[in-house]
Design a binder for this molecule. Structure first.
Ligand code: C2E
Ligand code: CA
Ligand code: CA
Length: 688
C-alpha cells in the first residue's frame, strides 16, 4: 500500500493548509475501511492520534459493532454513489462530542480500492442550542403564564396561548399587531410609568387590570423586559402575564379569617380595635358623639354548662343575628370572644340617642331563643362609654364600658348603664318622658298659648305666634324646650305637630266667629315634620275642613331644617306656598347658612333670634349682626321681625335700624287664646 505523500507540489501544500484550517475533520477511507488520509485542524477532535489511525482499518480501532456501522455507511455511499449523512456520538480526545458525518464517494482509487471522503462536523454546540431552543419553545407554548415577544414597536412576534386568553386576542391574528390591552395600558399613568422604567432600567413589573374573553376583569401581574442585541440596540420586549386573582382572593380570605370571628362571622377583637380607633378619630374631627357598647349575655355560662357547647354556639349565632338587625350599616358589631359583644356607633348628635339604641338592643332579647328542643329567655347587660366625652383613648373607653357593664349586671341585669352616672339618669328620665308623652295626646294634656307680634311704629298687634305647652301630670306645665327633642327622637313629633296645626286652625275659626280683625298666626314646625311626605297633604285637609284660608298662617322653620337637602322638604315648602301659607326663618343668625342659600325657598319673613336682641347695647358684634340681617333681608324683599324684645332700648335700636316688627315680653308674654280675644276686643272698642 502506498501512502499519499504531502508536499509533492505547491498545489498540494496549499490544499493541505486550507484543509487544516477548517474546524471539521476529513477522513479518506477505502472501501474496506482503511484510513488513507486524516486531516484535522484540531487533533483533539480525533478518536486517536492521527499516526495511530493512518494505515489502520476501522476494525482495528473500533469495537466490531461501531466498525460495522461505519463500514455500512461507506458501502452505502459507494453503492448508491450518493452522499450519506449520519449523526453519531463519539468519545474523542476532547470528550464526548456529537458529529454530523457526511460520507461522499470519491472519484479516486487507492491500490484498486474505491474510496470515500468522510467529513466529521462537530455539531455538539449546535445540538445543545437546538435542544435548548426546543425546550424553551415547549415551555413557551405550554406555560400557564402568558408570554409574548414583541418587537420594538410593540407588535407581536410570538405569543403563547395563555397570553391570548388574557389579552383579548387569538393566536392567528395576534402576529404583527400591538395587543389591545397594551395599547390601552400605554394611554394610562401606569403605561407611562412602564415606558419610563423600560427606558431607564429595561425592566418593569406591576399589577394591571386585564379582561378575559368573557369580559370579566381580573388582576394581572405583568413583567416586561427589554431585549437588546450585541451592540446594545433594542430589538424586542418580552412580557409575562400572570393571573393573580387567585392569589388575591386567598390573601383576602386570609385577612378575613384574621379579622373575623369564626362562629358568628362578626369582626373580631382585632378589627374591633381598628374600627373603634377610626371612629374616635372621626368623632374628634366632626364634633359628633360616638359610643362603645359593651354587651355581655346574662347567665350564658349556665347555658353552656347545662346544655352543652353546641347549644351555646347556636345561641351566640342567634344573638349576633338579632344584634345585627338593630345595627345601622355604619355601626360595628363585633364579638370579642365568649359571650362578649361590642357595638361601636358614631355620628350622633345627642347622648339621648344612645339610650334609644340601648333600648333597641334590650328589645332584641325580648323574645325567647329557640335552642333545639328548648325555648330560653336570655337577657343582656350593657355598659356604654361615650367618646370623646368619657375618653378619647381606646383602652380607657373599653375599660369604662366594661365597668359600666358590671354596674348593669349589679343592678339586676337585663339593663344598661352609662359610664357617666349622669347619662344613665338622663336616659331614664328621657324614657320616663317618652312614656308620658305617649299618653299626653290621648289625655289632652297639650295646649297652646299665643304671643302677640307688634308693629313697632304703630304699636298695633299684627299677629301671634302659637307656642306649645304640656300640662304634665306630675311636673306641671312644661315648655317645649324640655320635651320637644324627646318628641322628635321618639317619633311623637308627627302626631303632636298635626295636633298643633289643627288646634291653631280651630282657634282661628273661633276668633273669626267672634268678629275680630284678621291677623296672622305663626306656628313652629320641627325639622322632623318638614321631611314628612304627608305634611302638605295634612295641612290642606285641615284648612279645608276648618274653612280657614292658608294666608292666615305662617310656618316658622329653622335654617338647618330647610337646608336638610331633602327633596321632600322642598316639595313640602312649595306645596304649602301654593296654599298661600307664608314661611319665616326662625332663630335667624344662629345657623350657618347664608341668605343666598335660602334664596331658592319661598320665604316671606326673617326672625332675628332673641340671643342677638338680648345683647343689644352690650355687644357691638351682635348689633352689627342685626344691622346686617336687616339690610340683607330687605335686599331680598323679606319682612324682618325681632323676637325676645324685653326692653325699650332694644325696641328703639331695632326701630332705628329699620326693623319694624317685634315680639317679646316688652309687649306681651305668651298668653291663652282668650287673652288674645280680650286684647283685640278692647282694641276694637277703643278704636270705635
Ligand atoms: P321659638 O320659636 O324661638 O319661640 C320663642 C320662645 O321664646 C318661646 O319659648 C317664648 O316663650 C320665648 N319668649 C317670648 N318672648 C320672650 C322674651 O321677651 N324673652 C325671652 N327670653 N324669651 C321670650 P317657648 O314657648 O318655651 O318655646 C321654645 C321653643 O320651642 C320655641 O322657640 C320653638 O322652637 C319650640 N316650639 C314651641 N312651640 C312649638 C310647636 O308647637 N311645635 C314645635 N315643633 N316647636 C315648638
Ligand atoms: Ca318660633
Ligand atoms: Ca326663635
Amino acid at each position: 500500500m502506498k501512502l499519499y505523500q504531502y508536499g509533492s507540489s505547491t498545489y498540494e501544500a496549499r490544499m493541505h493548509a486550507i484543509l487544516h484550517a477548517l474546524p471539521d475533520t476529513l477522513f479518506l477511507l477505502d472501501e474496506e475501511g482503511r484510513y488513507i488520509e486524516v486531516m484535522s485542524g484540531d487533533e483533539k477532535q480525533l478518536f486517536r492520534e492521527k499516526e495511530k489511525l493512518l494505515g489502520k482499518t476501522l476494525n482495528d480501532v473500533f469495537p466490531e459493532e461501531d466498525a460495522d456501522f461505519f463500514l455500512g455507511i461507506i458501502s452505502q455511499a459507494l453503492e448508491t454513489n450518493e452522499l450519506v449523512v449520519i449523526n453519531y456520538e463519539m468519545n474523542v480526545q476532547s470528550g464526548t462530542r456529537t458529529f454530523e458525518g457526511r460520507a461522499v464517494p470519491a472519484n479516486y482509487q487507492v491500490d484498486g480500492k474505491r474510496t470515500v471522503v468522510f467529513l466529521a462536523i462537530d455539531v455538539t454546540d449546535r445540538r445543545e442550542s437546538d435542544i435548548r431552543g426546543r425546550l424553551i419553545s415547549t415551555v413557551f407554548e405550554n406555560s400557564m403564564e402568558g408570554m409574548v415577544i414583541l418587537d420594538k414597536d410593540l407588535k407581536v412576534v410570538s405569543v403563547n396561548e395563555a397570553f391570548c386568553k388574557f389579552a383579548e386576542m387569538d393566536m392567528d391574528s395576534a402576529q404583527g399587531n400591538v395587543p389591545q390591552f397594551i395599547e390601552r395600558l400605554m394611554s394610562t399613568d401606569t403605561g407611562s410609568e412602564l415606558q419610563h422604567s423600560l427606558e431607564k432600567t429595561g425592566h418593569w413589573m406591576g399589577e394591571i387590570i386585564g379582561r378575559k374573553a368573557d369580559g370579566v376583569t381580573c388582576p394581572l401581574w405583568l413583567t416586561v423586559n427589554a431585549v437588546k442585541d450585541y451592540i446594545g440596540k433594542l430589538t424586542n420586549y418580552v412580557a409575562l402575564i400572570t393571573d393573580v386573582s387567585e392569589i388575591k382572593r386567598s390573601q383576602e380570605e386570609l385577612e378575613y379569617v384574621a379579622t373575623h370571628d369564626f362562629l358568628t362571622k362578626l369582626p373580631n377583637r382585632v378589627l374591633f380595635h381598628d374600627r373603634l380607633q377610626q371612629a374616635i378619630a372621626r368623632t374628634m374631627r366632626t364634633g359628633n358623639i360616638g359610643a362603645l357598647f359593651f354587651m355581655d349575655l346574662d347567665r350564658f355560662k349556665d347555658v353552656n354548662d347545662n346544655l352543652g357547647h353546641h347549644v351555646g354556639d347556636d345561641l351566640l349565632k342567634q344573638v349576633s343575628e338579632r344584634l345585627l338587625a338593630v345595627c345601622r350599616s355604619s355601626d360595628t358589631l363585633a364579638r370579642l370572644g365568649g359571650d362578649e359583644f361590642t357595638l361601636v356607633v358614631e355620628g350622633l348628635e345627642q347622648t339621648s340617642e344612645l339610650a334609644l339604641i340601648a333600648e333597641k338592643v334590650l328589645q332584641a332579647f325580648a323574645d325567647p331563643f329557640a335552642l333545639g328542643a328548648y325555648k330560653l329567655e336570655i337577657s343582656v347587660s350593657i355598659g356604654i362609654s361615650v367618646f370623646p366625652r368619657d375618653s378619647g383613648d381606646i383602652n380607657e373607653l373599653i375599660k369604662h364600658a366594661d365597668t359600666a357593664m358590671y354596674s348593669a349586671k349589679e343592678s339586676g341585669r337585663n339593663t344598661y348603664r352609662f359610664y357617666t352616672q349622669e347619662l344613665t339618669t338622663n336616659a331614664f328620665e328621657y324614657f320616663a318622658m317618652e312614656i308620658a308623652l305617649q299618653k299626653a295626646l290621648e289625655r289632652n294634656e297639650f295646649f297652646l298659648v299665643y304671643q302677640p307680634q307688634y308693629n313697632i311704629i304703630t304699636n298695633e298687634m299684627i299677629g301671634v305666634e302659637a307656642l306649645l305647652r304640656w300640662r304634665h301630670p306630675d311636673m306641671g306645665v312644661l315648655s317645649p324646650g324640655v320635651f320637644i327633642h324627646v318628641a322628635e327622637y321618639s317619633g311623637k313629633i308627627e302626631a303632636i305637630g298635626e295636633w298643633v296645626i289643627s288646634e291653631v286652625c280651630g282657634q282661628c275659626k273661633i276668633w273669626d266667629a267672634d268678629g275680630l280683625p284678621l291677623f296672622t298666626v305663626s306656628l313652629n314646625l320641627s325639622r322632623k315634620q318638614l321631611v314628612l311626605p304627608g305634611l302638605s297633604g295634612y295641612v290642606k285637609n285641615v284648612l279645608e275642613e276648618s274653612g280657614v284660608s292658608g294666608d292666615r298662617l305662617e310656618f316658622e322653620i329653622t335654617e338647618s331644617a330647610i337646608l336638610d337637602q331633602k327633596d321632600t322638604v322642598y316639595e313640602n315648602l312649595k306645596e304649602l306656598q301654593q296654599m298661600d301659607i307664608r314661611m319665616a326663618i326662625d332663630d335667624f343668625g344662629t345657623g350657618y347658612s347664608s341668605l343666598v342659600n335660602l334664596k331658592q325657598f319661598p320665604l316671606s319673613r326673617l326672625k332675628i333670634d332673641k340671643s342677638f336682641v338680648r345683647d343689644v347695647s352690650r355687644d357691638p358684634n351682635n348689633e352689627a349682626i342685626i344691622r346686617a340681617t336687616i339690610a340683607l333681608g330687605k335686599s331680598f324683599n323679606l319682612n324682618i321681625i325681632a323676637e325676645g324684645v324685653e326692653k325699650e332700648e332694644q325696641r328703639d335700636f331695632l326701630l332705628k335700624e329699620g326693623c319694624n316688627e317685634a315680639q317679646g315680653f316688652l309687649y306681651s308674654d305668651p298668653v291663652p287664646p282668650e287673652s288674645i280675644t280680650e286684647l283685640l276686643r278692647l282694641r276694637k272698642s277703643v278704636s270705635n
